[in-house]
Design a protein around this ligand. Structure first.
Ligand code: SAM
Ligand code: MG
Length: 215
């Protein structure tokens, strides 16, 4: 039986990356996806923008929507200060199983809470289940039609507070027009586009960073 792409990505990590070295895990995945098989990781080019936003926000609590193989989870978690953590949501159990192993290989499992399930089901339980007050940073990278409803749900649940930064991937390709129109026109957000390219390609894509200003 043929292996899946996430299984092949894990294999690349296990053969090329050093246990406990997150940078080697990132490099192994980027190399595999650039030279062997394209995959939907945020990738190295947009990844460096993600890194700079994580460093600038210096978050204590991060929410990631869409884990896939854990590539961006590792990128984020490796930059977190002691005591900080990222909660990452993934509704595909096969992807979640791969991501757990990638995160473990990186040695970052103490900074990561991987939650299996759909964003719309989990967001209302974040406070109760994880004791989160609000998130400092939210990385939106799941299915594109969920960006806007999940942002509104996070607002309703009180998980976005003054200073919370939303960072949304793929706002051009595949694109998230309703979300962009919302954050760019809302008086409650200060929103900025970071032009880049779709992971492992030359096609234009970018990240939208939106700072919540309060009500
Ligand atoms: N953030 C990852 C990275 O850069 O390495 C890539 C995530 S991939 C683009 C999107 C993932 O979101 C897929 O694995 C998909 O199964 C998951 N997903 C899509 N909609 C979701 C939802 N509503 N709740 C939870 N996971 C979802
Ligand atoms: Mg993406």
């Amino acid at each position: 039986t043929r292996t899946s792409r996430p299984q092949r990505i894990l294999k690349a990590v296990q053969t090329k990356a050093t246990v406990g070295d997150p940078q080697s895990v990132i490099t192994a995945i980027d190399h595999f996806c650039r030279h062997r098989e394209w995959a939907m990781n945020v990738g190295d080019e947009k990844g460096s923008i993600l890194d700079s936003v994580v460093n600038e926000v210096s978050p204590v609590t991060v929410l990631e929507l869409g884990t896939y193989c854990g590539y961006s989870t590792v990128r984020i978690a490796r930059l977190l200060p002691p005591g900080a953590c990222v909660i990452t949501l993934e509704f595909n159990p096969d992807y979640a199983a791969i991501a757990r192993q990638v995160i473990k290989w990186s040695g970052l499992e103490d900074k990561v809470q991987l939650v299996e399930g759909a964003s719309g089901d989990w967001i209302p339980w974040m406070k109760e289940h994880f004791g989160v007050q609000a998130f400092d940073l939210v990385f939106l990278d799941h299915w594109k039609e969920r960006y806007l409803p999940d942002t509104k749900l996070l607002e309703e649940c009180g998980l976005i507070q003054k200073g919370t930064v939303l960072l949304a991937d793929n706002v051009i390709c595949p694109g998230t027009p309703d979300y962009l129109e919302y954050v760019r026109n809302s008086p409650h957000y200060n929103s900025q586009y970071y032009r880049s390219h779709l992971e492992y390609t030359k096609v234009e894509d970018g990240l939208e960073k939106s700072v919540f200003l309060g009500y």
